[in-house]
Ligand binder design. Sequence first.
Ligand code: KG4
Ligand code: ZN
Length: 361
Amino acid sequence: MRILAIESSCDETAAAVVEDGETILSSVVASQMFTHGKYGGVVPELASREHLRAIVPVVREALERAVTPFAGLAAIAVTQGPGLVGSLLVGLTYAKSLSFATGVPLIAVNHIEGHIHAVILESRRDGNPIEFPALALVASGGHTHLFEVREGYRYRLLGKTRDDAAGEAFDKVAKLLGFGYPGGPVIDRLAPHGDPKAVRFTFAKMKGNALDFSFSGLKTAVLRWVESRDMEAEIAARRALVNRNPTPFTEQWLEITPKETLDLLASFQHAVIRELLTRASASAEACGARSVIISGGVACNSGLRGAARTGEFAWPVYFPSPALSTDNAAMIAAAAFPKLKRGEFAALDIPALANLSLTSN
Ligand code: KG4
Ligand code: ZN
């Protein structure tokens, strides 16, 4: 059973054809990184416009690469939310139109559930299925959530960020320091060149749910650190480098980044990883998890992968391959497959929901 999936919730236009929820026949992702790079973050209006440009060729390419005509599809899956409403609308409207024109049923998918299924797909395909209940940490540019995942893909939210998402913290710190957008990949590459213990960041104790995250204090601490030093020249040099070349090599960054700044990056990344893993451990313990899933763009982070695989982290941990960590449509098809089996189809008048939550279903 083949599913065509479409994903357009943020700044990636993606389409994929996946067979039986685990065999990826095609996965096409058109990134808008170069459009948003110079603004230091995603500009919603530009994102919708780029989705409009990309949606038809991206879907066509996914179907062509999978050698699958519409008649060979069991369903068309699409991200309904959460995300930027103007971006979601492009994918959702196109998916509805295709469903209406071809008679292939529509399945609505929650983007966060997609991130979780990226890991479930690969673990099943590789013959190493995840044991439930599992604890899922989804950390990306828009979300930092902890879910208990029970057998049958039922979800319970245990904690989430109260302010910035983890990826957003990477992006804002990178922007502040002149490293361009997105911030995660460049900080990841430069952090090993600095000392993670050089700058001590402490997290304020929060009232309420102990499993919630907060990253805005860390971002402010970095801002204060920068303001208390004379860093204007090096920041300007990096901004000039990104303007000339949106994807500089690590060596080019190292040439214009002093050791003290590398120490700051390493310490910042270390603090984010500690915050993520501390709350993931506490949540896994709270729900009696037998395994831990870490997904979303931040799951690409090599420091996070390394730290989660040390003996200190007590659970078997599953990460998606880097291509399935950031936004893609294969994960949306994978999340749609159990819904297809349950006959859980969507009406053609469903709205795009910017704040769609993932609860038990
Ligand atoms: O999942 P994703 O592609 O889109 C959202 O749903 O937001 O995640 C993008 C986010 C960005 O904030 C980016 O900086 C972060 O993931 N990211 C990383 C890394 N690669 C991407 N953060 C830390 N380390 C990385 N290697
Ligand atoms: Zn995402």
